[in-house]
Design a protein around this ligand. Structure first.
Ligand code: GMT
Length: 376
């Protein structure tokens, strides 16, 4: 098939899933065309059957806000017409599904048999999409898609709850490359960071408010308070970095916390981790948790959104009520101070990650493409 994939290029989950899907499809001999405003972070090397098309933006001085949606629609129309796209798969509803609808309208008859598939990822529904400034457009664009998928059952239900959706939403969960995300020997790295063999607690995110990074620091402080020698590695960057640094200073634990910034090889860091923290205020899936689990790292998360579909309470880690620092702190102490429990949860975390094995989920997407195509 000739598949067009549209995504954000960032380290954020939807861009990662879209790019990894593109790579997986390309490996199966599909021709994949990726459309984005920048080269996706995970599209690191040249691959024979992946073409990357950067959306060209004209920044005429009149445009205080350059109309990206229109440039994107224009390029999508070109892609469908000239690259003979069989399926157009957009990740994240805003503005991708809307631009795709416009592209199909522009082409009329020429695009009637090209299904537009929209994958909902999360904030496009739960935070941004539900904002009154976008809601009607999102509602319309989802209903105009020929196929709609959501990355968790929670997100499917939430989409039906928040919007007036007339389409069936197929749940196709996020996936993981078990060969890449596995515990590997990074002892040199561990020694450099933890010369006294301290326990390693890790958090990875885009440091948006919803990720609760200062709360990660507070949970970690409970670990130190209980006499466990540990280091906290914070991976990523974003708006809440300052607040997280401030929390470290307030709690007087800056010497135990390392801000590592954005990293490409997250699996190297996860390989030395003993515990992963993800106390998010909203999380439709929690790809970062799955990456940790795949590296055999137990997870403590909030019990909101799609996280309970990934992290199983008492098996792969623990789930606590939102903002319940006491609960998360006490479970963190349990896991880090009980070697037998830690061992058991590490194994179960990896086993649970295997449920989301990449090739199985890519086959689900391939089947869904075929199904949507046959319904055109
Ligand atoms: O987490 C973010 O802020 C980024 C966002 C995205 O769309 O890039 O992530 C969402 O999609 C991911 C991939 O499907 C999910 O794993 C995340 O849970 C989801 N984030 C939220 O719901 C906050």
């Amino acid at each position: 098939m000739n598949i067009g994939i549209v995504c954000y290029p960032t380290f954020g989950g939807s861009g990662v899933v879209a790019t990894e899907l593109a790579k997986g499809l390309a490996q199966r001999e599909h021709n994949v065309h990726i459309l984005s405003y920048d080269r996706p972070a995970r599209l690191d090397t040249f691959r024979t059957n992946i073409s990357y098309h950067e959306v060209n933006m004209n920044t005429y001085p009149l445009f205080e806000y350059p109309p990206y949606d229109l440039a994107l629609a224009n390029q999508m129309a070109n892609l469908i017409e000239y690259e003979k796209i069989d399926v157009l798969h957009v990740h994240y509803a805003i503005p991708h599904a809307t631009s795709a609808y416009l592209a199909k309208q522009i082409l009329g008859e020429k695009a009637v048999d090209v299904p537009l598939i929209t994958t909902l990822h999360g904030t496009d529904i739960t935070i941004v999409g539900s904002d009154p400034s976008y809601k009607s457009v999102v509602d319309f664009s989802i209903n105009q898609s020929d196929g709609v998928t959501a990355v968790s059952e929670y997100l499917r239900d939430e989409t039906y709850e928040r919007f007036d959706i007339k389409k069936d939403i197929e749940v196709i969960p996020n996936f993981i490359d078990l060969d890449r995300f596995k515990k590997s020997d990074k002892n040199h790295f561990k020694k450099a960071i933890c010369p006294n063999d301290e326990k390693v607690v890790v958090h990875v995110s885009n440091f948006r408010e919803v990720k609760r990074v200062p709360e990660v620091v507070s949970v970690f402080e409970r670990v130190l308070k209980n006499g466990i020698e540990a280091k906290l590695l914070l991976v990523g960057d974003g708006p809440d970095r300052q607040r997280a640094e401030q929390r470290c200073r307030e709690l007087g634990i800056c010497g135990h916390v390392r801000f590592l910034g954005k990293q490409d090889q997250v699996e190297d860091i996860l390989s030395i981790a003993d515990l992963f923290l993800i106390p998010s205020g909203s999380e439709t899936f929690g790809l970062a948790a799955l990456e940790a689990m795949s590296c055999s790292v137990p997870v403590i998360s909030s019990n909101i959104g799609g996280l309970p579909e990934v992290n199983i309470h008492g098996e792969t880690g623990y789930l606590c009520d939102l903002d319940d620092i006491d609960c998360m702190g006490s479970y963190a102490v349990d896991i880090l101070s009980n070697e037998e429990l830690h061992q058991k949860m590490s194994q179960q975390a990896r086993k649970q990650a295997e449920e989301f094995e990449m090739s199985k989920i890519i086959t689900q997407y391939e089947n869904y493409y075929e199904q949507c195509k046959s319904e055109m």
